[in-house]
Design a protein around this ligand. Structure first.
Ligand code: GTP
Ligand code: SPV
Ligand code: MN
Length: 589
């Protein structure tokens, strides 16, 4: 099969001439095609069948132990001018990058099948959606792309009609970390990825296209491509507010997107609707509000910690037709990870489980599942115009200082809160875990251009006629002196979201402080929670001298973006800094 688009055919032929596959398969996205791929992968050992009585349609994939997470040090943004990639990205000149990676692609598919995957990010009929084509030699990538995107015939038709698509070329190569690169050419709408078969490195529709390339396009075109979940919160009166939240990798997006209300809330009629768990594209609508779509069609979620207690919706979603990557297995061949009941017998590398080797499931082990399998999947997630956003939330893993929740006084202050975000690193990327780093808007690994320009772009949404969402910052991860989390988190987070919605609806007063508006005494509904008054006080405590130090550090961080930093943001930092040096009474006067 060839397409009705000459540019696409030409590119596929060029790639085939370089990579020299034995055959070329154009993916149609059908069930038959998926089943055939699964059978083939079962034979080659790429997939291992799990217990089909307890987990029908579920399979395990064990990736190479050296290939278990995103590789930020091998990920490049290759713009013509180095300055445009910014200090937040690794940069390589486009010509050098092409030469380097094309040499690796030379003959790399010999004797094997090359798959051509047409895909659409976002509802197939939405004007906000964007298409791409990924060429890969990995059937595992094909199977995952089928779940994570709208893949196949309908996407190809749209691509042929529009004549425009992002080109993504991928090969698993030798899985040699010395021969591994994830290259982005935003000016050419091109991605080239070699030497990894894992998640964000290989499923090119996800982080490479929907964040790095899309953020670059969004800046030029006046919209936002963000590392955010989208969730609908329906109150007992039947009114739904949509909230978008940016937390860094493995910091709670999937959990918040699928939240189950605490018992009392459920009885009162609160409901939660999942629209997205990782990526959010937001466009200003004619009424001045921001409208969001989830460009993805599935979840590539963190397995460890997912349990009946923490995220029952995820557990239900993954009870059938799911691909598990790098989890452990029980004696009766069920998938297992830390946080689940039962005992593992085989670890993620296929060895007999031995605690001396570390966790049984890899800390970044994941499940791939269609969003349609989620019990709280929102019918609005398929709507072409997206959902209106009432609140934007930023947050990270901050063991101290950052309160449970605070609200920005206005858009510019909110952009500062997002820019200043910090979080402890997690297993989602290779490298040290638990190190505090700045991760503006949770986009440090994903912003496809200079962070200074990105902050300017964020600020530009504040213009006459705009009805922008309120901006909040949360911290579910503050720890007490005993090193334990102070806040119970998960479903209980709805209590904090209810306060935000009350603020949006003008129903909560809040208390103004130099760092933002905090809940006034009694405004957070805590009934049914065994949380001491002292703990609550600690969660909302404002440590003025700690914040003065923090604002100083934020100033230094902002300065690292040089003359591309919008002066408006530095002014905002100075304003908060000064407010912290003004006696409280005067600040509130
Ligand atoms: P990516 O898919 O990597 O972008 O991450 P994510 O933000 O979707 O992460 P996810 O929701 O899967 O959360 C990962 C980890 O955070 C798991 O270990 C969860 O148990 C933990 N977590 C999520 N929500 C909470 C919370 O409210 N409190 C605490 N203490 N932990 C949480
Ligand atoms: C993340 O790391 O933020 C993920 C997983 O969502 S990956 O697709 O591997 O980037
Ligand atoms: Mn993510």
């Amino acid at each position: 099969m060839t397409s009705k688009l000459a540019a696409l055919d030409r590119w596929v032929n060029d790639v085939a001439a370089t990579t020299r596959p034995a055959t070329i398969h154009w993916c149609d996205g059908s069930d038959t095609e998926y089943q055939a791929l699964v059978q083939q992968m079962l034979q080659t050992g790429d997939l291992i069948e799990l217990n089909q009585q307890t987990h029908p349609g579920c399979y395990l994939h064990r990736s190479n132990p050296s290939d278990v997470a995103r590789v930020e040090h091998l990920t490049f943004v290759c713009t013509e001018h180095e300055e445009d990639a910014g200090p937040n990205n690794h940069w390589m000149a486009p010509a050098d990058a092409h030469a380097k990676i094309d040499a690796l692609f030379e003959g790399c598919m010999e004797g094997r099948t090359m798959y051509v995957i047409p895909y659409c990010m976002g509802p197939i009929d939405s004007p906000l959606s964007r298409c791409g084509v990924e060429i890969t030699d990995s059937p595992y990538v094909v199977a995952n792309m089928r779940t994570m995107t709208r893949m196949g015939a309908a996407s190809l038709t749209r691509i042929e009609r529009e004549g425009r698509f992002v080109k993504g070329l991928h090969s698993t190569g030798e899985l040699d970390p010395e021969r591994r690169f994830i290259m982005h050419f935003p000016e050419e709408l091109t991605i080239k990825s070699y030497g990894s078969g894992y998640g964000g490195n290989a499923l090119l529709g996800k982080k490479c296209h929907a964040l790095r390339i899309a953020s670059f396009q969004a800046r030029r075109e006046g919209w936002l491509a963000e590392h955010m979940l989208i969730v609908g919160i329906e109150n007992p009166q039947g009114k739904t507010h949509y909230v978008a939240a940016a937390f860094p990798s493995a910091c709670g997006k999937t959990n918040l997107a699928m939240l189950i209300p605490p018992e009392g809330y459920r009885q009162n009629g609160w409901r939660v609707w999942t629209v997205g768990d990782d990526i959010c594209w937001m466009h200003p609508g004619e009424d001045g509000r921001l409208y969001a779509i989830n460009p993805e069609a599935g979840f590539f979620g963190v397995a460890p910690g997912t349990s009946e207690k923490s995220n029952p919706n995820a557990l239900t979603s993954i009870s059938h037709d799911t691909i598990f990557t790098n989890v452990a297995v029980t004696a009766d061949n069920q998938p297992w990870w830390e946080g689940l009941p039962g005992t593992p017998v085989t670890d993620w590398q296929g060895r007999p489980y031995d605690p001396a080797n570390g966790p049984a499931a890899h800390p970044n082990s994941r499940f791939t599942v269609s969003a349609k399998q989620c019990p709280t999947w929102s019918p609005k997630a398929e709507e072409a115009q997206g959902v209106p956003i009432s609140a934007i939330v930023f947050g990270g893993r901050r063991p101290s200082l950052l309160p449970l929740v605070m609200e920005a006084r206005d858009w510019a202050h909110g952009v500062l809160m997002g820019a200043a975000m910090g979080s402890e690193t997690t297993a989602a990327a290779t490298g040290a875990v638990g190190v505090l780093r700045r991760d503006s808007m949770a986009m440090k690994p994903f912003c496809g251009y200079h962070y200074g320009d990105y902050f300017t772009h964020w600020l530009s949404f504040d213009k006459p006629g705009a009805k922008l969402p309120k901006i909040f910052h949360v911290n579910w991860f503050r720890k007490g002196k005993d090193g334990k989390f102070l806040w119970p988190g998960f479903g209980e987070n709805l209590r904090v979201i209810e306060w935000m919605i009350d603020r949006v609806d003008g129903k909560a007063r809040g208390v103004e402080t130099p760092i933002g508006t905090l809940p006034a005494a009694g405004e957070l509904k805590l009934d049914g929670l065994a949380l001491s008054r002292d703990t609550m006080a600690e969660l909302l405590d404002l440590d003025t001298s700690g914040w003065q130090t923090e604002l100083h550090a934020i100033g230094e961080y902002l300065d690292s973006f040089g003359n591309r930093l919008p002066s408006r943001l530095r002014q905002e930092q100075l304003r908060v800094h000064q407010a912290l040096h003004t006696p409280l009474k005067a600040a509130n006067a």
